[in-house]
Each structure stands twice: as C-alpha cells, then as structure tokens.
Design a protein around this ligand. Sequence first.
Ligand code: THU
Length: 160
Amino acid sequence: MKTLTHTFHYVLCTYAELSATDRQLIDAAKSATQRSYAPYSHFHVGAAALLADGTVVTGTNQENAAYPSGLCAERTTLFYAGSTHPNTAVVAIAIAAYTDGAFTPTPIAPCGACRQVMLEVENRHHHPIRTLLYGTEGIYIIEGGTRELLPLTFDASFLE
Ligand code: THU
C-alpha cells in the first residue's frame, strides 16, 4: 500500500500584477455578474472565456424556481462558446461573484460539475484552460489546466 499525492499549483496575485489581457478578462467577468439571473441565491456569478482567436464570450448563472434546472455561470459560458465557436479552443476563463452589494473577498471557486465541463472543453480542443478566480482580496490563477483542479478525472478514455 502506498500514498499517492496530487500537487495543486496556483498563483495568488493582485489585480495590478495582471497582464492587460488578464485584467480585461477579469473585468468582463465582473461586469457579467450584473447580468446574472439569481433571484433565489442572490449570488451573482459572471464568467468570461477567452478563445484562441481573441474573442471573449461571457455568461452568468441562470437560476430557476425548480432549483436544479438552473445553471452556473461557467457552464453557461462554456456551452455558449461551444455553441457559437465550436471549432475554437478556450484558452482562459475568468470567474467573479457579486453578492450583498460587493464582489467576494475570497476568489470564487468553480463547482465540481463546472470543473468537469472545463475538462471536457480542454480535451475537445486539446488545449488547457488558464483559470482566473477573482476576489477583492486576491486573485488565483491556475496555469496548468483543469487537471490541477480535478484530480482522478473521468474522461472519454474510460468509454473506449
Ligand atoms: N454558481 C455559479 O454560477 N458558479 C460557481 O462557481 C458556484 C455557484 C451559482 C449557482 C447558483 O446560481 C448560485 O451560484 C449559488 O450557488
């Protein structure tokens, strides 16, 4: 018997330390929060995906009175990107959340289902996604792709 270790690499930085491109992506995710439909949780999430051709697509969480029928901002964004730009890789995604009149101090973390969808998008396009998680007290950047966020992944290789 032996213990195996999954090491998770991520960067903590300030907004001022970001490149102009990363700042624009964070800004797009922050403004998207204002278009969220979250009448039940009042937790307004915005995501912005940068595509390989430079296009930025945004999306927000879309809630529903039948709670499970709603969808997170990350999946709304990635499904929209896949529907409108099916042949273009997603190279980065930024996520921000606004609640109680302010952006969250702690960087927002994508839920497990969204991580699974991020992984599928990476595998589909053979391109890792840089993930930027916004918080007013710091920003996390996951440079190494979704496998960093989702160890022991289930992917298409199991279905072969
Ligand atoms: N939510 C997202 O949109 N993304 C996340 O990463 C976490 C949670 C949404 C789902 C729901 O509309 C609300 O936030 C509260 O869970």
